[in-house]
Ligand binder design. Structure first.
Ligand code: PA5
Length: 429
């Protein structure tokens, strides 16, 4: 792995003079030690902790090889999965290729199986008719209804278009070693298959083939992405002090919750992070929202949502913690043009970069929210690149495990998700 230093930074500002209590800090420290010793609830799902350090080069070569083939053959790549089986890849791809549709868009990457809309999937089928297509179906259980429905539909369309043999060559399955319908289909039809490790749960799986194949298909350097995560995996294992950032984030969230706070807003002035917010939301929502506990994880895009939710954030109930994700060295491709006229009142900004104006909007908003009684946590990336993004996602995963354990819940199960499935299935089958 290349040894590049990730530039993750963190600061925390409480509006009053609240401190993180020594009691909460002690709990986080004991959970940190227990996590690394695998002595925590859900300890059969800790494979993600060292995965970035241990992933075999042979597997990476296979993923890169398959991605290369897909990039050569496909105009359209359909990643089919839901929840942890798609949010991570989408977050990374849309952060690093946010305007991909405008340039270098080969293959076009689309998402299926993350809803049950006939209209959505009908439009996708139309697109498949016109474009050379590869499908990657991703499901650890192999039995998720949304994913299975979409795959049934898309596979049939692919077989109608190319014939069964060629369609099989264009399907990649990412699933468990040998349980579930997808593993059997892969064996029977000879689909290219990547295995999801048993001890890694969906929302912690972005560094496994679940995330890596789609990310590689997007042309993103997966080794650099993994290296960012590996750097922090190694560092956080060293000692409690080395894990200062996730420790502090986990402790702050728990302090805020025990002080009566109920909502954490993931906010950014970088629209590139919109899908990182969706991934973060699932990570914390599904890991912590249990037994009547947990901060509600909400996401906002700024400045867009300042014109819809800004009023509530500034003046509504004071139960909000804002986690503000920013980039220290953003790209600076645009400046305000000089026109020689000032009818719009903007001539004084001529020559200023949009990035600089965005930074001023961010600083002004942070100050306003703090004045309004919102607690603000700042997380800054040095750059928006695969390495820093890998570090960021690993940081969130590690923080989330510590935070949920400190809240007193098992971070790695999701018993509540079964309720809707049971009711839906009773009506369907
Ligand atoms: O985090 C999780 O475990 C879930 O969000 C799953 O990823 C999601 O339910 C999809 O499950 P599967 O991969 O089995 O289709």
């Amino acid at each position: 792995m290349p040894a590049k230093k990730s530039g993750l930074e963190f600061s925390l500002q409480w509006p009053g003079d609240q401190e993180i209590s020594s009691e909460i800090m002690k709990q986080v420290q004991s959970n940190y030690e227990n996590l690394l010793a695998s002595q925590v609830p859900g300890n059969d799902y800790l494979g993600w902790l060292d995965w970035p350090l241990e992933v075999e080069s042979q597997l990476l070569e296979r993923i890169e090889g398959r991605a290369k083939k897909i990039r050569e053959e496909a105009e359209l790549y359909v990643s089919t999965g839901i929840g942890g089986s798609y949010l991570g890849a989408r977050a990374v791809i849309e952060a690093l290729r946010p305007y991909g549709e405008l340039k270098d868009n080969k293959p076009e990457i689309v998402w299926a199986g993350q809803n049950i809309s006939g209209t959505y999937h009908a439009a996708l089928l139309e697109s498949m008719e016109q474009k050379d297509t590869h499908i990657n179906v991703i499901s650890k259980s192999g039995t998720t209804t949304e994913t299975a429905l979409a795959f049934r539909l898309l596979r049939q369309a692919l077989e109608d278009k190319y014939g069964s043999r060629e369609a099989s060559r264009r399907i990649t399955v990412t699933t468990s070693q040998d349980s579930g319908a997808l593993a059997s289909a892969a064996a029977e039809k000879g689909y290219e298959k990547f295995v999801i490790p048993e001890d890694v749960g969906g929302r912690f799986s972005v560094f496994t083939p679940v995330g890596l194949l789609p990310i590689a298909v997007a042309g993103i350097d997966i080794r650099d992405f993994l290296a960012g995560a590996a750097e922090l995996a190694e560092k956080y294992r060293k000692d409690f002090e080395a894990a200062r950032l996730p420790v502090r984030y986990a402790a702050a969230r728990n302090q805020f919750y025990s002080d009566g706070g109920r909502v954490e807003l993931f906010a950014s002035f970088f629209p590139e992070f919109s899908r990182v917010g969706a991934w973060w939301q699932q990570l914390f929502g599904e890991s912590e929202g249990k037994e009547g506990k947990g901060l509600y994880p909400a996401t906002v895009d700024f400045t867009t949502d300042l014109h819809s939710l800004g009023q509530y954030i500034q003046d509504g109930p004071r139960h909000l913690l804002e986690t503000l994700l920013s980039v220290k060295e953003p790209k600076q491709p645009l400046q305000v043009p000089a026109t020689g006229e000032d009818e719009d009142g903007l001539e004084t900004l001529a020559g200023r970069s949009f990035a600089d104006i965005n930074r001023q909007a961010e600083a002004g908003t942070r100050a306003a929210h703090l004045e309004g009684g919102v607690s603000v946590i700042d997380i800054k990336l040095q750059k928006l690149d695969p390495h820093n993004l890998g570090a960021l996602l690993y940081f969130f995963m590690f923080s989330c495990a510590l935070s949920a354990l400190t809240l007193g819940v098992n971070p790695f199960d999701q018993p509540g998700v079964e309720a809707y499935k049971k009711n839906m299935n009773n009506r369907l089958f």
